[in-house]
Design a protein around this ligand. Structure first.
Ligand SMILES: NC(=O)c1ccc[n+]([C@@H]2O[C@H](COP(=O)([O-])OP(=O)(O)OC[C@H]3O[C@@H](n4cnc5c(N)ncnc54)[C@H](OP(=O)(O)O)[C@@H]3O)[C@@H](O)[C@H]2O)c1
Length: 275
């Protein structure tokens, strides 16, 4: 039996390519389905031994566990389609934000894990032996029917290319807040980069490509300063970084004095709006 993956969009493509490029699973062990089958042409070209289909029932009959990477409103339809082919202890792993285990139990009452991945975990074969193989955070939560062996499989798989954060039963209420940080985070940070670059370009003779290049390279270096990659853990030391840059009465300090309350207000309002 193979490992099945349903949905080859933004997240499905990232995770499947990560798995294949880091040799986490072999091509022969993988079956992928997407509604629009032509989306899988390039993947099949690069990995000819992979099985591709647009038939979720065929995929389920040939898999012993399935990952579901469709959009949240499409999840129910997919589950109803594959449900007749699921044995009692079939492990479903899905990435759909905003779906509770109680919602799913009305359709399928077996072992289910939810993973909230992040596009920040995109990796490739060139990074296999580097410190940058692993990036971003995957949030993982299991329902009580998932056994230890199944937990390990999911956690070890995502641990290969991301930092995993296991959300324990008592902490599920905080999943949305963590999702805002880790999964929405790349979009929020990209917006900040875009706005900084655009305004800096309007206020100077640099074009927006040049300002964006400066901002992105600075962001990359700052991320490394804030992370302790050698220790294989994220160890933020934001205060230390701020202290190293700002001098009393200098322009950094002026900027910090202005930004500090503004960012606090924006962060408060942002979380109030989306959670
Ligand atoms: N994007 C992110 O950064 C992110 C982060 C964390 C979690 N998520 C979660 O990931 C899920 C997917 O998001 P996404 O951005 O990857 O969406 P997406 O790009 O729209 O991908 C969804 C894919 O599912 C396919 N699909 C839809 N119905 C199907 C069916 N019945 N059978 C087989 N394939 C089907 C679509 O096929 P077509 O090619 O025919 O459209 C599409 O390729 C969402 O639930 C979201 O909450 C996303």
């Amino acid at each position: 039996m193979k490992t099945g993956f349903i949905g080859y969009g933004n997240i499905g493509e990232m995770i499947i390519k990560n798995i294949l490029s880091l040799n986490i699973l072999n091509e022969e062990e993988i079956i992928v389905s997407n509604r629009t089958i032509t989306k899988l042409d390039l993947l099949k070209e690069k990995y000819p031994k992979i099985t591709t289909t647009s038939d979720n029932k065929y995929l389920t009959r040939n898999s012993d566990k399935i990952f579901i990477f469709v959009k949240t409103p499409q999840f129910k339809e997919v589950m109803e389609e594959v449900n007749p082919y699921l044995s009692k202890n079939f492990h479903i792993i899905h990435v759909c934000a905003g779906l509770s285990f109680e919602d799913i139990a009305t359709i399928y009452d077996g072992p289910v894990s939810q993973v909230i991945p992040s596009i920040a975990s995109t990796t490739n074969e060139k990074l296999i032996d580097s410190n940058f193989r692993k990036k971003g955070v995957s949030l993982i939560v299991h329902n009580k029917k998932v056994n230890n062996h199944e937990k390990e499989f999911v956690e070890e798989l995502f641990n290969e290319f991301s930092y995993i954060e296991i959300i324990e039963k008592g902490n599920v209420d905080n999943l949305e807040l963590a999702t805002a940080l880790t999964s929405c985070g790349p979009a929020f940070i990209a917006l900040l980069v875009k706005k900084l670059s655009k305004i800096a370009s309007l206020k100077s003779k640099f074009d927006v490509g040049e300002t964006e290049d400066m901002v992105v390279k600075t962001l990359f270096g700052t991320s490394l300063l804030l992370s302790n990659l050698d220790e294989d853990k994220i160890d933020t030391n934001a205060d230390e970084t701020i202290e190293k840059v700002a001098t009393k009465k200098g322009i950094t300090q002026k900027g910090l004095d202005y930004l500090d309350p503004e960012i606090e207000r924006i962060a408060n309002e942002l979380f109030d709006k989306i959670i």
